[in-house]
Design a protein around this ligand. Structure first.
Ligand code: BGC
Length: 580
């Protein structure tokens, strides 16, 4: 177990949530009705993800906050995006930076007040930007009142809000914890002589979704936010909410289908349908789940329209492809193509290459060396914004922000990284190797402060930032890029506009070209008589592509080298969209 999960344990669940749809689970639904012509705002939207802690600090405490976001609303609007997914902003002791909620209907002190939230929502709506809230309900914080009550005695009315195992029954069967120093998801609690379950850290006890009272509390909390006017919900780690609560021993080799055993239990769809009925159906909100389960059938089960559960989900299979040792472009193409074809006629997916749980997109999928950082960032943004599915763009990726590659453990903040370091230390692991690994993979790479300008701490804060600023901010920052017509930032804006102006890039049929080309990702998008060709060189060398079409007759709509005529020999990391 330890060995299988080692690479992902401290990386968070990229693999776990995502090993998910491996080839063994690709049975695409056959009885499908065409609903790709079914237009929806959330299919056409470009979503910008804000990790509030890292975006903009307004009061000099070194932590990004809601007023900081408010001060940058015009910037967000200028990107051309339609919606913002905000990572959790609720009261929290911040063991996992807000993913450990102690009060779902209050704002984290570091971030501001409910008045600030209302002003933020108003400011967004005035600019026609929608707001998607992060709903973290597989677990709460151990400092949530429910848990305090629950742990106080076996007879407390909140006891069944969580999963308890009485110690009189002996030790429960082993469960792996993603963020625990000992990898053990059962924590003994002497107050009631029992163990509680925590798939994530000890401070994130899992909520018991089998309890209808708990479920109603959650729905009412979600209605509270929907009544305020929020436009969507992202369900955090929700697959884990449905599990086998008899906690049986798992058979040998279960790791290969981790999600099947740890998550996606038989009641998952009951919960989602109930949530849909109790909340989503009453509002005009978009919904997205983190993770897609274990098979394509799982994924379809959550997002197909006739299921009346969610609008979309985001698969992890592709983010897991990029490894410190590199990755195969053929593999990347194969995985994206598999997902596209599975949802070509029914259902809808999110498209992304990075978020707050990943190291930086350009460092993983592109090339962050000075010669190629900008080109490859533009190329990757061209990719995300020209695929079918709703694109989710993570803050800073519009600037080509790159990994910080911290070398000292003291520089890290992420609970997953710190606790795994401790685990390695206690079990005699190779700490040097571990540090090399996390320098590339740690989630903190994606969480360093947003680089606004070349002032101290990148203009993020006047105080001491909660996480070190990437020193390259003097070169890579929004202010400098505003001034440069061909900057990453301005390219990103153009690419967003191109997508928004051309429904073919949203709804169009996707066809992979030159499938076996190991360097170039080439595809067409076709819709209502219009056809677009996308050519992306994923390498640092010139590369040939065979498209089978006369591209000289096409019109170049965007090119990251600024060329208006292109050939079938692409320059390093060249990206081009051509209308044929
Ligand atoms: C979030 C992570 C978080 C974990 C536990 C994930 O899905 O994206 O940031 O650590 O859930 O809540």
């Amino acid at each position: 177990m330890k060995k299988t999960l080692y690479s992902t344990a401290f990386l968070f669940a990229a693999s776990l949530l995502g090993t998910s749809c491996n080839s063994s689970g690709t049975k695409a639904t056959t009885t499908i009705s065409k609903d790709s012509s079914n237009k929806k705002w959330w299919k056409e939207a470009v979503v910008y993800q804000i990790y509030p802690r890292s975006f903009k600090d307004s009061d000099g405490d070194g932590i990004g906050d809601l007023k900081g976001i408010i001060s940058k609303l015009d910037y967000i609007k200028s990107l051309g995006v339609d919606a913002v997914w905000l990572n959790p902003i609720y009261s929290s002791p911040n063991d996992d930076n807000g993913y450990d909620v102690s009060d779902y209907q209050n704002i984290m002190e570091d971030f501001g007040t409910m008045e600030d939230f209302d002003a933020l929502l108003k400011g967004m709506h005035e600019r026609n930007i929608k707001l998607v809230m992060d709903i973290v309900v597989n677990h709460s914080s151990d400092e949530h009142e429910w848990f305090k009550q629950s742990r106080s005695s076996k007879t407390n009315p909140y006891r069944n809000y969580y999963h308890w195992w009485d110690a009189e029954r002996g030790k429960p069967n082993y469960r792996y914890s993603l963020f625990d120093v000992n990898h053990d998801a059962w924590k003994y609690d002497s107050a009631s002589n029992a163990y509680y379950l925590h798939y994530f850290s000890q401070k994130q006890p899992d909520l018991n979704w089998e309890n209808p009272k708990l479920r109603q509390e959650i729905y009412s909390m979600m209605r509270f936010w929907a009544d305020k006017g929020v436009d969507g919900f992202r369900l955090d780690a929700f697959g884990f909410a449905a599990k086998d609560t008899s906690f049986p021993a798992f058979p040998k080799g279960f790791e290969k289908n981790f999600m099947q055993y740890y998550a996606m239990g038989p009641h998952l769809h009951d919960y989602l349908k109930e949530m849909n009925q109790e909340v989503f159906s009453k509002y005009n909100v978009m919904t997205v789940a983190e993770g897609t389960g274990n098979t394509m059938e799982d994924a379809h089960g959550m997002v197909d329209e006739d299921r009346k559960e969610l609008n979309m989900a985001y698969p992890f299979e592709w983010v897991d492809i990029a490894r410190p040792e590199g990755y195969s472009i053929l593999h990347l193409k194969q995985v994206f193509t598999k997902w596209d074809s599975a949802f070509a006629d029914k259902g809808w997916m999110a498209v992304f290459l990075a978020n707050h749980d990943q190291a930086r997109m350009v460092s993983r999928f592109g090339n962050d060396k000075p010669a190629f950082r900008e080109l490859s960032s533009k190329m990757l943004n061209t990719f995300i914004l020209s695929m079918r599915g709703t694109p989710y763009c993570y803050l800073g990726d519009e600037l080509g922000m790159s990994n910080a590659y911290f070398s000292a453990i003291e520089d890290y903040n992420d609970v997953a990284t710190l606790n795994e370091y401790e685990h390695q230390k206690q079990t005699g692991g190779d700490l040097k190797k571990f540090m090399q690994h996390v320098a590339f993979t740690s989630r903190d790479n994606g969480r360093t402060p947003f680089q606004w300008d070349s002032a101290v701490h990148a203009g993020f804060t006047t105080g001491k930032p909660w996480l070190k600023t990437n020193p390259n901010y003097t070169m890579i920052n929004a202010a400098a890029q505003e001034k440069e017509a061909n900057s990453c930032l301005n390219y990103f804006r153009k690419m967003v506009k191109l997508r928004k102006d051309n429904p073919a890039l949203v709804y169009g049929k996707y066809t992979l070209l030159d499938k076996d080309n190991p360097a170039v990702y080439a595809y067409t998008r076709e819709h209502e008589g219009r056809k677009f060709l996308v050519l992306l060189n994923f390498t640092a060398k010139d590369a040939n592509v065979k498209t089978g079409v006369d591209i000289s007759k096409g019109k170049v709509l965007i090119n990251n080298y600024g060329a208006t005529v292109v050939s079938e020999i692409l320059k390093p990391y060249e990206a081009v969209v051509i209308e044929l």
